[in-house]
Design a protein around this ligand. Sequence first.
Ligand code: NAP
Length: 355
Amino acid sequence: MSEPAYPDIYRAADTRYTGTDEHPAVPYRRSGVSGLKLPAITLGLWHNFGSDRPLQNQREILRRAFDRGVTHFDLANNYGPVPGAAEENFGRIMASDFRPYRDELLISSKAGWYMQDGPYGFGGSRKYLVASCDASLKRMGLDYVDIFYHHRPDPETPVEETVAALDHIVRSGRALYVGISSYSPELTRQAQAIAKDLGTPLLIHQPSYSMFNRWIEDELLATCADQGMGVIAFSALAQGLLTDRYLNGVPEDSRLGRHNMDTGFLTDDTLLAIRALNDIAAGRGQTLAQMAIAWVLRRPEVTSALIGASSVEQLDDSLDALKNLDFTDTELTEIDRYAVDRGINQWAKATDSTR
Ligand code: NAP
C-alpha cells in the first residue's frame, strides 16, 4: 500500500485567520441579528464525502478548508451515499484531525428529507427530528452541533410542532442554534414568530441560490433580513454548472458524468450561457466558479456562500473568489443577460408544498 500524502498528525495552519500573500483571509459575516459569525464561504458535504469517495481525499479537502479559514462545515443526516456516510466519515476525520479545534468549528446538521423507511424517517415531526439529531451526533462523535436545521418544509406537520422540536433540541443541549431550509417567505415568518415566542435562536435560513436559480430575490431575502435571519446560499455553483467543468463536454468523473445530477439541467441554451458567463469572468481575471461565488455574496443579506468541492484544487480555486468580490454596474448588467432561472431548482416543490 502506498503511503498517504498527508501527515498523520494534523496541525492547522497558523495563517488560517490571517491569510497569506497568495490567498486572502476569509471574512466572517454575522448571521442576521445574532452573535454568530459565519465564514463568507462554507464547505458542504452533500456530495464527495460518502462511502463512494476515498477518505484520504475527504480529509485533504477538509484540512485545506480549515487551513484557509473555512470554519464552517455543513452536513445532514442523509448525506452519502449511503445516507449517514458523510457524517460517519466526518466523524472519523473529526476524531483524527479536528478534535483539538472543536471550539473553532461551526458544524451543522439537518433532518427533514428521507432518511429511513417507516413513518419516522421523513418530514418535520418531533419524533423524527429529535431522534435524527441524536443519530447525527453519534455518527459524528460530537456532543452538540452548532446549528441544527429542519431540512425542508413538511406540509403534513404543523410548523408549531417542528419549531417546538427545534426549541427542544436547543434546550436539551443538542444544538446551539437552529435554522430552516427551503422554507417559503410565509412559512419563514410563521416559524420565526413561533421561535421568538419560545425564545429559540432561529438565526439562519438555508435556501438554494445561484446565477441560474434566483428565486430568493423575489421575497425571501427581504423576509430574512426583516426577520433578523442570516442566509446561507446553497449550490452557489449550480452543482458545478457555473464552473469550467462542462465547457468542453461532460467529464466522466463529474457530478453529471457520475449521474448524480439531472441530465436535463445542461441544455444547449444553458451551455451557451455558461460560456458567455465564463468570458465575463475571464474579463474580471476570475474563473467562472470564482465569479459565481462573488456574485452570490454581492447581496448584503447573504451571510455565506455554501459550496461543494470534489478536490483540493477546486476548493482552492473557489476560495480565491475572495480576491475580487466587487462588481461594476456594467458587469452586473452583462451578467443579468445570462443569469436567469434555468429550471434547476429541484427543491422548489418542497418550498411550494406548504404554500
Ligand atoms: P456547488 O458548489 O453548487 O457544486 C459543487 C460541485 O461543483 C462540486 O462537487 C464540483 O463538481 C464542482 N466544483 C466546485 N468547485 C469547483 C471549481 N472551483 N471548479 C470546477 N468545478 C467545481 O454545491 P453543492 O455541492 O451542490 O452544494 C453545496 C452544499 O450545499 C452541500 O454540500 C450541502 O451542504 C448544501 N446543500 C443543502 C441543501 C438543502 O436542502 N439544504 C441541498 C443541496 C446542497 P464535480 O463533483 O463534478 O467535480
